[in-house]
Structure formats: C-alpha cells, structure tokens
Design a protein around this ligand. Structure first.
Ligand code: DGL
Length: 280
C-alpha cells in the first residue's frame, strides 16, 4: 500500500453500529492524542448484533465507504459484530489499512491464558460467527474456547445500569455456564462490555483475567500506524468529529457517559448512497 506524505495528517476513521464504539475511540484517543478521529455511529440501524450476516455486511460497507470518502488514513471497525462478519469484505472494499477488534483481543487471550481455557462473550451474531474461536485457534489450536452470547448486556449498559443488583443478577445468569468451564481468561467481545467490567470481574472472580478488546485494538492501531509510517507527530490536529445516522440527542447523552467527556462536533448524515456498487 503506497501512502502520500500528507496522508499521516488525515484522521483515523472509526465506525460502530451506534454509541458502543466510543469505548474503542476512547482508548485510541488516550494512546494517540495527536491523531484526528472521525467516528460514525450508525444509530438509525443499531443493533447489528441480532441481524443476519448479509445485512451486517451491507451496513458495514456503507459505513466504511462513507468514512473513506471523507478522507481517512486507516479504518477501525470498532463494532465486534461488524468485525466478526465483515472484516475481510471491508478490507477488499477500502484501500487503506483496516483493523477489526477480534484479532487483537484473541491474541491477548492466547497470551494471557495459563490453563488454555478461554471464555468469549459477545452479541448473538458475533458468537454465532465463531470469529473469536477461529482467531484464537489461528494463534494456538490447543486453546479450548467457551462462548456465550449475552444480548441483555447492551441495553443494560445503554440504560446506565452498569452496577448494582440488576446488573449483578443479569451478569451472573449469563456467565454461570462459562464459570463451570474452568476458564482463566474472558474476552469482552462487544463494544459495551468494558463498562460492565467491575460487575463482570466480581462475578467471575479475581482469578479470571478480563481481555478488553478496545484497549488491545488501540495498541494494534498504534503498531499499524508506526509500521506504515502514518503516525501524526504534530500536536495540532487532535480533533474528533462525530457522525450519526439518527438524532444527536441520545447519542450525545449516552456517549458522554461512555466517554466521560463532552461531545461537541456532531452531524446527522444519511448513508443511503454509500457502499453501493452502482455508485460512481
Ligand atoms: N457494537 C456491537 C458489538 O460490539 C454491539 C451493539 C450492536 O448489537 O449493534 O458487537
């Protein structure tokens, strides 16, 4: 892939099905504060986690094309569901480096597990795709992977119920089977789950190590920017622009809770014409 010298000043593009990918944005911004970021949340069509592969691919292509046309140097698919289903497809579509959240989390789990028994939690579509299992086995075939879809975690987090009795009860019910599998490492395979880290750690106990895909993905982005000579070393363009496909209000109120920071530069956009083969 050839880059022009000025490409390093372009922003990093990040897309997600909605507000959850802000957990990934937060880690990328913390690790690389010089980098500009364009974040697209497809809030009109969230959730992706309950949809078919075909639909997830189409939505992902539209998001990726939108950001590519805005001008980005690298694309991050922050949504675990979209990464699980569409990473290879988007890599073919967009001529900049594309990073998903599955591989970085899978690699960290393989490095952390001592007893070679790893748990993975995510949306229905992510777990059904077996993407984490395949990625973990591509690094170490001898690791046993135990997976569980936890569909109630996303609405729980968006409602702000990330601690207390209800959160503990819901997390305990979903994770009870995994705990019987004697795992020593658990991958948080969904954008929203880092906000439940405290409750999840209490439920699984301190001997089970949690893998936060958002943190691991930020490290992977840094490596790719360094390897491709795309690091922005000028501390002047650290702007973050947000695009959403539905009204701003809910994104801003939930998003500010995710980020612990104000969301200012935000625009509502339509993705209708992006990602179509017949578009010129
Ligand atoms: N962003 C999704 C994920 O990480 C969770 C929300 C959704 O289902 O769209 O899988």
């Amino acid at each position: 892939m050839n880059h022009k010298d000025n490409d390093r000043y372009l922003p990093i593009g990040i897309f997600d099905s909605g507000v959850g990918g802000l957990t990934v944005l937060k880690e990328i911004h913390a690790l690389m504060p010089n980098e500009g970021i364009m974040y697209l949340g497809d809030t009109a069509r969230v959730p992706y986690g309950t949809r078919s592969e075909e639909t997830i691919k189409r939505y992902s292509a539209e998001c990726a094309s939108f950001l590519f046309k805005k001008g980005i140097k690298l694309l991050v698919i922050a949504c675990n569901t979209a990464s699980a289903i569409s990473l290879d497809y988007i890599k073919e579509l967009i001529p900049v480096p594309v990073i998903g959240v599955i591989e970085p989390g899978a690699l960290t789990a393989v490095r952390l597990t001592n007893n070679k028994r790893v748990g993975v939690i995510g949306t229905e579509a992510t777990i059904r795709s077996l993407a984490y299992k395949k990625a973990i086995h591509s690094f170490d075939e001898s690791v046993s992977v135990f997976s569980k879809a936890c569909p109630l975690f996303v609405p729980l987090v968006e409602e702000g119920w990330t601690s207390g009795d209800v959160a503990e009860k819901v997390v305990s019910i979903y994770l009870s089977d995994l705990l019987k599998s004697n795992i020593d490492c658990l991958v948080l395979g969904c954008t929203h789950y880092p906000l439940l880290k405290g409750v999840i750690q209490d439920v699984v106990g301190k001997d089970v190590r949690l893998v936060d895909s958002a943190i691991e993905t930020a490290k992977a982005v840094k490596h790719v920017l360094e390897d491709t000579n795309l690091v922005n070393r000028v501390n002047s363009i650290n702007t973050i622009r947000y695009f959403v496909t539905d009204s701003k209000e809910r994104f801003v109120s939930v998003g500010e809770r995710f980020l612990n920071e104000e969301i200012n530069d935000i625009e509502v956009v339509s993705l209708n014409k992006y990602g179509r083969k017949d578009e010129n």
